[in-house]
Ligand binder design. Structure first.
Ligand SMILES: Cc1cc2nc3c(=O)[nH]c(=O)nc-3n(C[C@H](O)[C@H](O)[C@H](O)COP(=O)(O)O)c2cc1C
Length: 234
């Protein structure tokens, strides 16, 4: 039994009257999902398009409610935290988390940051203890696999690339991944969207191929019981 949480965050749809406007990150993420489904059904699938339906931004009341002991929270405070509770429950339930994100202004969209702000929460996804010295925060979740899909207009954001220092998207997601409980992380990146040339087509094709490979690796259903199975499954 596996639960897959899929979070998309582009403001663009997967399909539009003008296909040039289709979200690249969402389409790569759906290539992963479609490949998985070809291999076997997803036991439990939770989908959130935070690009189209953004979570609320947190507020002072939200912080106040979080730091009020659970048994002392008023009905209004419980209501303030209701969305956060729901989003956290989805993360807790997931074994596999797929996050797709466009690069906006060299980082993640505000909508995806709003999602993280709702779920990275004390005593839910991390705890805090000054007895741990200079590292008081400790993640509470573990054992999950995270797949990060990104799309950017420019290129060279990977390690050693010409814009590595401007990449505030993947490093930020990797920093946050421990609060999702991700022990294993796969990265898939498409670049060059703004150039619209062969490099872009190749980059998207490579990213889709990688999405298929990772989905196959993770969804592989059959435990080999005979040589026949081993050959079939390879
Ligand atoms: C508001 C906005 C800001 C963007 N900022 C950047 C940027 O800082 N760097 C970059 O390489 N591309 C940038 N782009 C281009 C997008 O990353 C690119 O179009 C990407 O494919 C968007 O993801 P999507 O296709 O899934 O919607 C920006 C696009 C938008 C709409």
């Amino acid at each position: 039994m596996s639960t897959l949480l899929h979070v998309d965050s582009s403001v663009r749809a997967t399909t539009n009257p003008n296909p040039d406007h289709n979200s690249i990150s969402k389409n790569i993420a759906f290539r992963f999902i479609d490949t998985w489904r070809k291999n076997r059904p997803i036991d439990e699938y939770i989908y959130r398009d935070v690009g189209v339906n953004p979570p609320d931004f947190i507020t002072q009341d939200w912080v106040g409610a979080v730091f009020t002991p659970e048994e002392k929270r008023t009905p209004a405070q419980k209501e303030t935290l209701a969305l956060s509770d729901k989003l956290i429950a989805e993360v807790v339930a997931a074994d596999i988390i797929l996050i797709s994100s466009p690069m906006y202004n060299y980082g993640m969209p505000a909508q995806l940051k709003a999602w993280f702000d709702q779920i990275v929460r004390i005593d839910k996804t991390f705890d805090f203890d000054l007895a741990r010295g200079d590292s008081p925060l400790q993640p509470l979740l573990s054992g999950k696999t995270l797949i990060i899909v990104t799309s950017s207009g420019e290129f060279g954001f990977q390690k050693g690339g010409i814009r590595e220092g401007s990449n505030h998207l993947t490093p930020h997601l990797l920093t946050l991944s421990k609060y999702l409980g991700a022990d294993t992380v796969y990265e898939i990146a498409a670049e060059y969207q703004e150039f619209g040339d062969d490099r872009h087509s190749r980059s998207v094709a490579d990213a889709k191929y990688r999405a298929e490979r990772i989905a196959t690796e993770l969804s592989f259903p059959v435990v080999a019981t005979s040589p026949e199975n081993v050959v079939k499954n390879l």
